[in-house]
Each structure stands twice: as C-alpha cells, then as structure tokens.
Ligand binder design. Structure first.
Ligand code: 5GP
Length: 204
C-alpha cells in the first residue's frame, strides 16, 4: 500500500481569538498531529523556549534563511518576521503526518497557493470588544501594542471568506470539538484516501 501523504491544516486568527490555546488543546486530543515550530525575529516572551515555541533568530539570520529558500511561507506580523520551515513541513507531509500550522493570514495565503490541498481554518472571537478584553487579560503587551493588534485584527477578519472553515470561539471546549471534527472529516475524504483504495475494494 502506498503511504498516504499528510494533510496540511492551517489555522489563522487575529491575535486574542484564542487560536494558540485551541491548537494546543487539539494537539492533546490528536497526538499524531505534527506541529511546526516557526522561525521568528521576535524576542521570547516569559516562559517561551527556543526550539519548542519558536526558533528565535536574528533578522540577519532570518533573511539569510529566507534568501536560501528555506521557508514555505514568511510574513511580517506586528513588526516582527515569522516563517515556516519548508524542509520540516515537507518532511512531515511526505512521511504521512498531518501538520497543524498556527500562522497569520498572509502566510496562509502563500500556503494556499503552494499546497492546493491544504485545509484553511479561520478562528474569530465573538466580537471586537471580546477580542480587546482577551488581549488586555493577557497583559504581556503594552497599550500601544494592543491597539496595533486590534487594528490588524479588523483587517484580518475581512479575509475570512478565503478560508474553508470558520470557527466562532465563544466557548473553548466547543471550539476545540469543532476543530477536531474538521480534522477527522478531512482525513476521511475520498480524495485523500485514493492511494489506499486498492485495499478498500471488495473482491468479486
Ligand atoms: P505571536 O508572536 O503573538 O506568538 O504571534 C503573532 C502572529 O504571528 C500570530 O498571528 C501567529 O499566528 C503568527 N505566526 C506565528 N508563526 C508564524 C509563521 O510561521 N508564519 C506566519 N506567517 N505567521 C506566524
């Protein structure tokens, strides 16, 4: 039997919509899901570990890697650069592992073009007011940073129609269940199972 290629799941959301928590919870439910550790030029926040949460690199190093074609996508987000490793992503997919990417809308757009079969999921908070409250509760960001993120959130929300799925994150448990259902349903698509069909056919 030929090995099934993994499926790429791209989750985007304005910051504060709860996407990071959602992705973490999903990985607990579906441990087989590979998670890509992004590269970034942002400074680590308290508790973040290099290599686990992000690969923290200098701008010079980031540009060097980008110019070498090391990234499947990259984008400037909130004044910092972020990217997905092309090699790590390709290796996981070729190995038949489904990959979950938590990236911004610009990156999602690049991956949609590069991987036509990718599944794009957009997560939104129930309202802008709720989004602002969540950003404030996080307390890791200054007021000016919160204002900047909110402005960007409005621009990002306008792009929701480019995604195949939309999750309204009112309740974490419900949102995780929805995300899990999307992954499970996509795994059962006949087009993704084509390579395994000979095994599924009943002999005459
Ligand atoms: P934060 O720095 O707050 O963890 O993430 C800020 C934003 O950058 C989030 O919207 C997150 O999804 C996005 N991001 C994280 N990693 C990547 C990446 O590899 N590529 C792109 N395009 N965006 C990313």
């Amino acid at each position: 039997m030929l090995r099934r290629r993994g499926t790429l799941f791209v989750v985007s959301a304005p910051s504060g919509a709860g996407k990071t928590t959602l992705c973490r919870e999903l990985r607990q439910r579906l441990p087989g899901l590979a998670y890509s550790v992004s590269f970034t030029t942002r400074t680590p926040r308290a508790g973040e570990l290099n290599g686990r949460d992000f690969h923290f690199v200098s701008e010079a190093e980031f540009r060097r890697l980008r110019d070498r074609g090391a990234f499947a996508e990259w984008a400037a987000v909130h004044g910092n650069l972020y990217a997905t490793s092309a090699e790590a992503l390709e290796a996981a997919l070729a190995d038949g592992r489904d990959v979950l990417l938590d990236i911004d809308t610009q990156g999602a757009e690049q991956l949609r073009k590069r991987y036509a079969e990718a599944v794009l999921v957009f997560v939104v908070a129930p309202s802008i007011a709720e989004l602002e409250q969540r950003l404030r509760e996080r307390r890791s960001d200054a007021d000016s940073e919160i204002a900047r993120r909110l402005g960007r959130a409005r621009d990002e929300i306008a792009l929701w129609r480019q995604y195949q799925y939309l999750i309204m994150n009112r309740d974490l448990k419900e949102a995780v269940e929805q995300l899990e259902a999307i992954v499970l349903a996509e795994r059962a698509r006949t087009t993704r199972l084509m390579l395994q069909m000979p095994d599924l056919e009943v002999p005459n």
